[in-house]
Design a protein around this ligand. Structure first.
Ligand SMILES: [Zn+2]
Length: 416
């Protein structure tokens, strides 16, 4: 924990979505934000380190609400031929990379990254905060049964970010194993995916309602919630009707879905970036199977319509890139801020986007009392951006513009 007082002076964009406040001061003592006040009222504090620059902006530390740290590439064959050691090495590299862009927390949507929480707490490694799902629950032949050229028996025994479960008892067991390993929430897959052989837009969905409800009950017993990888309409609806709190991707929402989401205070994490990189990759790559291109293009269009429907209905939206650590595919974590650009393309204002990338993420981490906004009493996860992202959100896409990153009151990046 830092013991020095740090003072940031500049434009305050606090994450709540209100008008930025020019000439503000944020006083940080130890790991907490002690005072937020006009710079003119900032007291002289002997020994305090002051950061200020012309046109600088103070923001909450960013939260990527959909990552897969410890994932070794975009192709299913890479998932199943990897080793835990290789996956961990990827994770450490990627965690360091995202923090340079200002991410002080990540919501890990399925991997072994939860095992980093203890070493981080013990001071052995210095990484962004992790709020993680552990192993993703998938059904036989589901999106997490990733490489279906293998026999089921082999698929169940490969190293994978997912666990294949069948029936209520196995769902409960997998949830409890995740809880035992320190998972913060449960992730299930209630539809196929763009890369899997089942059709994303098809009316089928994965897991019975009993299985979904069992996961929800187990999650609630852990004091947390279930997030669902859900792309096709029926799988989204089944998830929502059975108590799932966050829909990841959500390509084919309809009026009924968004109505339930608003009523039950559910979240949408659209993950536009992974779809954008997929589309770009498939368009430019020779020999890609036609069905993959068609499915990606259809889903790409539907995705933005779905997001617009959610936006109009007032669904809470958080931001995540869903990258898979693969430079060739275009989804390496040095590009994780692509989601800012994609959200702008989708029509959101800079302040809306900043709230999605901060406050909404903290809500999904069940930590909105501690993180996600720059307010007195909160933990000092704060970044200092060169320029005004409330006017030009694309500033966030270049890590050189993130001059300072504080996590838990400690300076973890300083290029101011
Ligand atoms: Zn994902």
């Amino acid at each position: 924990m830092a013991d020095k007082t740090i003072i940031l002076k500049g434009r305050l964009i606090d994450g709540n979505g209100g008008t930025p406040i020019e000439n503000s001061a944020v006083i940080i003592e130890g790991n907490k934000i002690k005072t937020v006040c006009p710079a003119s009222e900032c007291p002289e504090i002997p020994g305090a380190i002051i950061y200020e620059s012309e046109n600088g902006s103070i923001l909450p530390g960013l939260i990527d609400s959909h990552v897969h740290m410890s994932w070794c590439g975009a192709k299913a064959i890479e998932w199943i031929t990897s080793t835990p050691q290789m996956a961990m090495a990827y994770a450490l590299k990627d965690l360091a990379t995202v923090r340079k862009s200002g991410y002080t927390s990540v919501r890990d949507m399925g991997s072994d990254a939860i095992f980093f929480k203890e070493p981080a707490k013990a001071g052995l490694i210095d990484i962004p905060r992790i709020f993680g799902a552990g192993k993703i629950l998938t059904q036989i032949g589901g999106h997490g049964d990733a490489y279906q050229k293998l026999s089921l028996e082999a698929s169940m025994h490969t190293y994978s970010p997912a666990v294949i479960v069948n029936g209520v008892d196995e769902v409960r067991r997998a949830c409890r194993v995740n809880a035992r390993n320190g998972a913060d929430f449960i992730k299930i897959m209630t539809t196929g995916g763009v890369f899997s052989l089942g059709d994303t837009a098809a009316p089928h969905s994965h897991f019975s309602q009993d299985e979904i409800r069992a996961a929800v009950e187990e999650a609630e017993n852990m004091g947390t919630y279930v997030a669902a990888h859900a792309q096709a309409n029926r799988g989204i609806r089944m998830a929502l009707k059975n108590g799932v709190k966050s829909i990841e991707h959500g390509f084919y929402l309809d009026d009924e879905c968004v109505e339930i989401m608003v009523k039950n205070d559910c979240y949408l994490v659209p993950t536009l970036s992974i779809m954008h990189t997929s589309k770009t990759y498939f368009e430019n790559k020779e020999g890609v199977l036609e069905y993959l291109k068609e499915k990606t293009n259809a889903a790409y269009e539907a995705h933005y319509k779905s997001l617009e429907l959610a936006r109009k209905a007032g669904v809470k939206i958080a931001m995540g890139c869903d990258f898979l650590s693969d430079p060739e595919f275009g989804c390496s974590y040095d590009k994780s801020t692509m989601e800012f650009e994609r959200m702008k393309y989708a029509g959101f204002t800079p302040l809306e986007i900043i709230t999605m990338a901060t406050k909404r993420g903290a809500e999904l981490m069940l930590a909105s009392d501690k993180l996600g906004t720059v307010e007195e009493g909160k933990i000092a996860d704060v970044i200092y951006v060169k320029g005004n992202p409330a006017e030009d959100i694309l500033l966030m896409c270049n890590e050189q513009n993130v001059g300072l990153v504080l996590q838990d009151g400690r300076v973890v990046k300083d290029i101011l």
